[in-house]
Design a protein around this ligand. Structure first.
Ligand code: ADP
Length: 582
């Protein structure tokens, strides 16, 4: 072990090998195949970041902890291993905490490790450097939180953090490491023995046979069945089983945004282009790793049939989820199937047997008709070439780029930029779309893009509203520093939602406006990357092709009509004033 040092044993005068907290932590992480840490150095973790790098862990350091945290969360989603974020105490910890809470909400496994002040001083509130009771603050915002006080417990601390992040419903874990811990030393052999390699941290959870039978019986009687795939299904990496279920059953399916590409969006059974038709019309809905939260109108209301009558009993749900408490969270669940997606889908397939009758032709034909109509309408919109560009003409370019490079990862945030991209840009492969997730937040863009590039090595295309980009824009330096194959495309319409608001009193600009004609591309140039301003689809296509081909960090400032876009995008109903204006 390179991490040990020698010191004279006081009684015998013989040299004994010792190891310190820094190296125990490094060894504990390496023992569990953690090869990358997303971090921001500072007291008390600066030396740790240097030592970890020297010991072969890839250290990816950021300009703000929130983005390091978001990167860890995205890495967790993409790899099914907990993404690790490391921060300094108090403010650094708090900056990382937003990402930890968001990861927990999204069911992504991540571990936030923060250095902290000394317990004796914190507990007596005697005013230490960056004093804060971080463990107490983190606890309600994540799945589990632990503190390690003694070097000999580092192995257990890391093992508990990994198991908590990955087992059952994945989520965020906080690990509190007081500064003193890093310098503690212990006997090297005993230290080595104290480390734990976690065995089977996310064990298969097999659904009970009677639960499978209940689900199969319900599905058998369905006249208008629908499969709904969520990001839990994407996370589970049970791609072959999901495809088999969809294709062998012949049931139409609808992917939630981060489940797009589990099967190609161009698949004949994909009902995305008939979403508002299939949701209220379906009689039995199979939810696979998707929650009936606000993104699905809680399974009731307008999206699900208008009167609410269906939600009151007419529409029935089979829910595959690893969390036993997810069922009945909004509407009754007729057949809960508790277990991991792979095991549940396989059990369902086995229960359905080989002679499964395809859904009635009236149902699939009605969906096909709606799809054709909507896809024709979409093609007309995409075929237009207005000047300046609008969302459709710009996204038509990105749609073609992803078609040509289906292995590229698309990161997406914004309001209109998010909504339009989700519906216009088809995805072809699993886990290639990373977006604002369950909270629908802004600020994930550059953190997710860095993680996607680092853990997959694939080209990353980040489609960013100009407002959304502002939250993490400084991380273009990180992208350049690590020379990552990331192409950021800022949809620049001069403001939040659009750039045409006015201040009725004159003076300051309106609260939703940004500097007109901002040169975002120069931000990438400032750090040695490529910056391009694109005012036409042809310019955008050329710059994007070059970026993907070269793998050079690139920012394309795509100039969009400042009158394009609606307030709050497609969630106007959640914005009280915009809803009133309607
Ligand atoms: P979406 O926003 O795409 O609809 P959600 O985040 O609402 O997806 O739902 C994801 C669901 O998937 C969560 O309820 C979570 O418990 C579940 N889940 C996550 N991983 C697994 C897994 N391996 N097996 C089964 N369910 C899972």
């Amino acid at each position: 072990m390179s991490a040990v040092s020698e010191k004279a044993a006081p009684t015998t005068g013989e040299a004994t090998e010792t190891i310190d907290g820094f190296h125990l932590l490094i060894d504990a992480l390496k023992l569990n195949d953690i090869d990358t840490i997303f971090a921001l150095p500072g007291i008390p973790i600066t030396d740790f970041t240097r030592m970890a790098q020297a010991e072969g862990i890839r250290m990816v350091t950021f300009r703000h902890e929130q983005h390091a945290g978001n990167a860890a969360a995205a890495a967790g989603f993409l790899t099914k291993k907990p993404g690790i974020c490391m921060t300094v105490s108090a403010p650094g910890f708090l900056n990382g905490l937003t990402a930890l809470a968001n990861a927990t909400t999204n069911c992504f496994p991540m571990i936030l490790i923060s250095g902290s002040s000394e317990r004796e001083i914190v507990d007596l509130q005697q005013g230490d450097y960056e004093e804060m009771d971080q463990l107490a603050i983190a606890k309600p915002l994540c799945k589990a939180a632990f503190r390690v006080l003694h070097a000999e417990d580092i192995g257990v601390g890391i093992a508990r953090a990994i198991r908590s992040a990955l087992s059952g419903r994945p989520g965020g874990v906080y690990l509190d490491l007081p500064a003193k811990l890093f310098a503690q030393t212990m006997d090297a052999a005993a230290g080595k023995k104290s480390l734990i390699r976690v065995v089977d941290p996310a064990p298969a959870q097999i659904p009970a046979p009677d639960a499978v039978k209940r689900a199969v019986d319900l599905l058998k009687g369905a006249k208008k069945p629908l499969i709904l795939l969520g990001k839990g299904a994407a996370y589970a990496q049970a791609d072959a089983q999901i495809r088999a279920l969809v294709e062998q059953s012949g049931i139409p399916y609808l992917p939630m945004s981060m489940a797009k590409g589990l099967l190609p969006d161009t698949h004949p059974q994909c009902a995305s282009a008939a979403r508002s038709f299939v949701l209220p019309e379906a009689d039995v809905v199979v939810l696979i790793g998707a929650r009936l939260n606000w993104l699905l109108s809680h399974g009731k209301g307008k999206t699900w049939g208008g009167s609410g009558a269906k939600a009151a009993g007419g529409q029935q749900f089979i829910q595959i989820d690893i969390s036993p408490t997810e069922a009945d969270s909004n509407v009754p669940t007729a057949a809960p199937l508790v277990g991991d997606v792979g095991s549940c889908v396989s059990a369902l397939l086995a229960g359905m047997g080989s002679g499964w009758a395809k859904p009635p032709a009236e149902w699939t034909a009605a969906i096909a008709e709606r799809k054709d109509k909507n896809l024709t309408k979409m093609a007309e919109m995409l075929g237009k070439n207005p000047a300046p560009m609008n969302f459709h003409s710009a996204l038509n370019v990105i749609r073609d780029a992803i078609k040509a490079r289906p292995d590229a990862i698309l990161v997406n945030e914004g309001a209109n930029t998010l909504d339009f991209t989700r519906s216009i840009v088809d995805m072809y492969q699993p886990r290639k779309r990373l977006d604002v997730g369950t909270w629908g937040i802004m600020g994930i863009g550059m953190g997710f893009a860095v993680a996607a590039a680092v853990v997959t090595g694939k080209p990353v295309i980040a489609i960013e509203g100009d407002s959304a980009f502002g939250f993490s824009g400084m991380e273009v330096e990180t992208i350049c520093r690590y020379n990552l194959p990331v192409c950021v495309i800022v949809f620049n319409n001069n403001g939040v939602y659009k750039g045409t608001d006015v201040n009725p009193r004159g003076g300051d600009m309106a609260p939703t406006q940004f500097v007109k004609g901002a040169r975002y591309e120069m931000m990438m140039q400032a750090f040695g990357g490529v910056g391009v301003k694109a005012t036409t689809p042809a310019e955008l296509a050329k710059a994007l092709d070059e970026a993907v081909a070269s793998g050079k960090p690139t920012l394309i400032n795509a100039i969009i009509d400042e009158t394009a876009g609606t307030e709050s995008g497609r969630i106007t109903s959640l914005n009280p004033s915009a809803a009133k204006k309607k």
